[in-house]
Design a protein around this ligand. Structure first.
Ligand SMILES: Cc1cc2nc3c(=O)[nH]c(=O)nc-3n(C[C@H](O)[C@H](O)[C@H](O)COP(=O)(O)O)c2cc1C
Length: 382
């Protein structure tokens, strides 16, 4: 028999009621981050497919998205879409500023909607991880430094930071124009905004460096500029690190402080992740060896949910439906995002929905980062 908790409600600063901590089911319609979803499973951002020479991408992503949407995923978050000419780390990143971006995205949105799912576009800047693939100068980071290979990284100027916020806003407007259900600002995984949040990368001495109020300044400016551009009713989400997995890291208190500031300003959802992916120890895609390691950043997501009224999405390491249900019912996590398990088994969510609750076959090998390597199937008993 299922216990039903007494529910209580929190009033969002913009007037909408957030959530009730009642017993949650995996497969029930739910409101997350200003969007109605058919269940609690979201495909987390996953970079997938290169453009062709005309910057077309819909034909490449369409089969992947259609497979996921046909198989019960409630919402798909695209891989990071670059906001300007300095923002891309790989040719796989779509350009929000590309000529064909709006019509190509429109095709994807229409297709995903026709299959009952939602489409959210992740917008970002790769910071020190960017490559000079669109011309331009060296990668930009919080300060002048160099890569592990000795290549220069240039500290981004104040003027460029203002331009950056405007580029995020321009990208968000284009996503809205194409009919996307929300945008998600990438402020995680050691990309530019995450580098500013992190004391490991951010050694600035101006108003963008130092304490968390300063290190978070550009993230909040980007959020404010995007919000002003898309209006108060359009869902804006943000993916943030609760820990960077580097020696110096955003602290638990700083992470909560940023979540609360975003919440005050009306963010609709926060996806809690971690890792900077600058070396094997700091990856955002850790090895998940057992059920105890599933929900790698779930404790921190629960803490955020206690402090904010925006929706909270937890990502990383979820493999087993019973474990997912347990984390959802420990507190205020609203939805779970999956990446590698859906590369391994695009029909995973519908399999679970139909009653086959066997864990994902994904062994977190992360070979899916390299499309030339084969995804290793689940080695245990299926
Ligand atoms: C191939 C691949 C591509 C990814 N692309 C992105 C991305 O574009 N943006 C992002 O925020 N995270 C990206 N991630 C990280 C995932 O969204 C997710 O945070 C991480 O894989 C942990 O979840 P999982 O254990 O369900 O895989 C990617 C991960 C993989 C394996």
């Amino acid at each position: 028999m299922k216990l039903h908790f007494t529910s209580y409600q929190i009033v969002h600063p913009f007037g909408c009621i957030k959530k009730e901590f009642a017993m949650k089911e995996l497969f029930e319609p739910v409101e997350v981050g200003g969007i109605s979803l058919r269940n609690r499973f979201i495909r987390s951002a996953t970079i997938e497919s290169p453009f062709d020479e005309n910057e077309a991408f819909a034909h490449r992503l369409m089969p992947i998205y259609e497979k996921l949407a046909t198989n019960s995923i409630s919402a798909i978050i695209t891989g990071t879409v670059g906001v300007d000419e300095n923002s891309r780390s790989t040719h796989l990143m779509i350009k929000a500023y590309g000529k064909t971006f709006v019509p190509e995205l429109t095709k994807l949105v229409q297709s995903v909607h026709s299959l009952g799912a939602k489409l959210i576009v992740q917008i970002g800047h790769a910071g020190i991880k960017a490559r000079q693939i669109d011309g331009g100068g060296p990668p930009l980071g919080p300060v002048d430094t160099e890569t592990s290979k000795g290549l220069p990284i240039r500290g981004i100027t104040r003027d460029e930071l203002h331009a950056l916020a405007a580029s995020f806003a321009a990208a968000a407007i284009r996503c809205k124009e194409a009919g996307a259900d929300a945008v998600q600002i990438l402020a995680a995984h050691g990309y530019l905004l995450s580098e500013f949040l992190s004391p490991y990368f951010n050694k600035r001495t101006d108003e963008y460096g130092g304490g968390i109020e300063n290190r978070a300044r550009i993230t909040l400016e980007v959020y404010d500029t995007v919000r002003a551009a898309v209006g108060r009713d359009y869902p804006v989400w943000l993916k943030i690190n609760c820990k960077d997995r580097t020696e110096q890291s955003i602290s638990p208190a700083d992470f909560i402080w940023v979540c609360k500031e975003l919440d005050k300003r009306g963010i609709n959802a926060v996806e809690v992740s971690g890792g900077s992916s600058i070396d094997p120890k700091s990856v955002s895609t850790p090895l998940i060896r057992n059920e105890e390691e599933e929900g790698f950043f779930a404790r921190e997501a629960l803490q955020a949910a206690e402090e904010i009224s925006a929706s909270v999405i937890s990502v990383c390491g979820y493999r087993t439906p019973d474990v997912i249900e347990k984390w959802l019912n420990k507190g205020g996590i609203d939805a779970i995002a999956l990446c590698r398990p859906l590369i391994s088994e695009p029909d995973l969510v519908s399999r679970w929905e139909k009653g086959d609750k066997t864990k994902s076959r994904c062994v977190s090998c992360s070979k899916c980062f390299n499309p030339k390597l084969e995804c290793v199937p689940f080695a245990g008993k299926a």
